[in-house]
Design a protein around this ligand. Structure first.
Ligand SMILES: [Zn+2]
Length: 449
């Protein structure tokens, strides 16, 4: 355990909790001040931003050119504000972690922590944080668990995480460096057989259960059926879109609604659910700008084509208007919880579960319809796979391998008039293809796209 980072993270968690009680105006003033600091820092310390923001030092944020993932990775050594390392050195460190030699939670070269994104959409991003930034990353994830009602006393909380065990994934680095007298975590692999995960969870009896939505749904079905018997005080769905029907199954299983956590490796937490079931943006940590396909900001309540994020605490790798492929809408209005942060109304999937343009025209609008039919049944997972322009292929993993479920889904889909004119194929499969980080996106484009 790293005492220093723990002490820093606990202090940062207290500062974050304090801001939860601020007014909207206080948050706005704070954001402006942090943004000004970040922009000054970036143009004076990073040769990339010196060029990228040349002549725009006094321009409003909305006029600064975005930074894409390929741009970040191509110019990485120029983006860095420290001469202590290079992209090549970070890549080498991540390679060694993947070869399973190192402890992902340990500090690297005395003060750094690194992680990589999955790279499912082409380019993989790597990130590096100093101790101070890392304390904020930890505190931002802790905020989600605090909002979900996890006790913050001195008794250790038993937390089970069903996601990726890849040591270069940020969640592994977070878990390894936060494992402490305060949190006892059990990490389980989302790709492991369900029966193994069920036994491990029964033995561990978690008070908090965290996982990919596609990993939690089969566990909820196992709980309803009786093989899993845990009583978590909070269930948190992260990394994948949490559908209403999956949330309903989890609510039935554990008698309380799951909390949704929206985060990315580059930003840490971006938003999460409060006790009133509404998602609040972490406005004090990240500036979120949904934009349309041309890069223009969309009005409140409108879902953007992608998202620009400015990470207010980023200093080693400053991220200013960095592009994420998520499609989100910001809501207006207040929440009875009184937190000063804006609401995240819509959260749609990422690029890795987007179809091609051709696929979208014939199948994109049908996702909701398919979801309504398929998720009425006890299925562990399902996926809409794009095969040919005139064909819809639905892969279904029925709970307990029950083939009758698949027959019934096929029959119901054939009866839907909206699907007439489409060739709909429903196939039973034992498991779904997953991304390198074990995620199972709802929709999948053909390989190679
Ligand atoms: Zn709220």
């Amino acid at each position: 355990m790293d005492v220093e980072v723990l002490v820093r993270a606990l202090a940062e968690r207290r500062r974050l909790a304090h801001r939860d009680r601020w007014s909207r105006e206080q948050v706005r003033v704070y954001r402006q001040a942090r943004l000004a600091e970040l922009r000054r820092w970036a143009v004076t310390r990073s040769t990339f931003y010196e060029r990228h923001h040349a002549g725009l030092v006094d321009a409003p944020l909305s006029e600064l050119p975005p930074v894409t993932k390929p741009m970040l990775m191509d110019a990485f050594d120029d983006v860095l504000t420290t001469r202590d390392m290079t992209l090549a050195a970070i890549e080498e460190r991540l390679r060694r972690l993947s070869d399973s030699s190192g402890d992902p939670g340990a500090r690297w070269r005395r003060r750094w922590r690194t992680a990589a994104t999955a790279g499912t959409t082409g380019v993989r991003a790597v990130l590096v944080w100093n101790e101070r930034e890392w304390a904020t990353v930890l505190a931002s994830y802790a905020r989600a668990t605090v909002w979900a009602g996890t006790p913050t006393g001195l008794r250790p909380v038993r937390m089970a995480v069903v996601s990726s065990r890849n040591p270069t994934h940020q969640s592994a680095v977070v878990a390894a460096s936060a494992h402490s007298p305060l949190i006892r975590s059990l990490r389980l692999d989302a790709t492991a057989p369900l029966s193994e995960t069920v036994s491990a969870l029964n033995a561990f009896a978690p008070e908090v259960l965290v996982g990919y939505s596609s990993a939690l749904r089969p566990l909820a079905l196992a709980q309803i059926e009786g093989s899993l018997h845990i009583r978590p005080r909070a269930v948190m769905s992260a990394s994948e879109v949490l559908s209403e029907s999956a949330a309903r199954v989890m609510t039935t299983a554990w008698t309380r609604a799951p909390f949704d956590v929206y985060a990315a490796t580059e930003t840490a937490g971006i938003a999460s659910t409060c006790e009133h079931g509404r998602r609040h943006l972490y406005d004090d940590l990240v500036i979120v700008e949904p934009v349309d396909a041309a890069g223009a900001p969309v009005p409140m309540g409108t879902t953007g084509a992608r998202l620009l994020v400015t990470v207010l605490f980023s200093r080693t790798v400053p991220l200013i208007r960095y592009e994420l492929s998520d499609r989100v809408a910001i809501g207006s209005g207040d929440c009875p919880c009184g937190r000063p942060y804006r609401l995240l109304e819509t959260l749609e999937g990422r690029a890795e579960d987007a179809l091609s343009a051709a696929g979208r025209t014939h199948a994109g609008d049908l996702t909701g319809l398919l979801r309504n039919v398929v998720e009425q049944f006890p299925v562990d997972m399902w996926q809409l796979a794009e095969t040919a322009p005139d064909e819809i292929r639905v892969l279904v993993v029925p709970h307990g391998g029950d083939a009758l479920v698949v027959d019934e889904i096929r029959r119901r889909l054939e009866a839907r008039p909206e699907l007439h004119g489409h060739r709909v194929r429903v196939d039973e499969v034992a498991t779904l293809p997953r991304t390198p980080l074990g995620k199972a996106p709802l929709r999948r484009s053909p390989p190679g796209r």
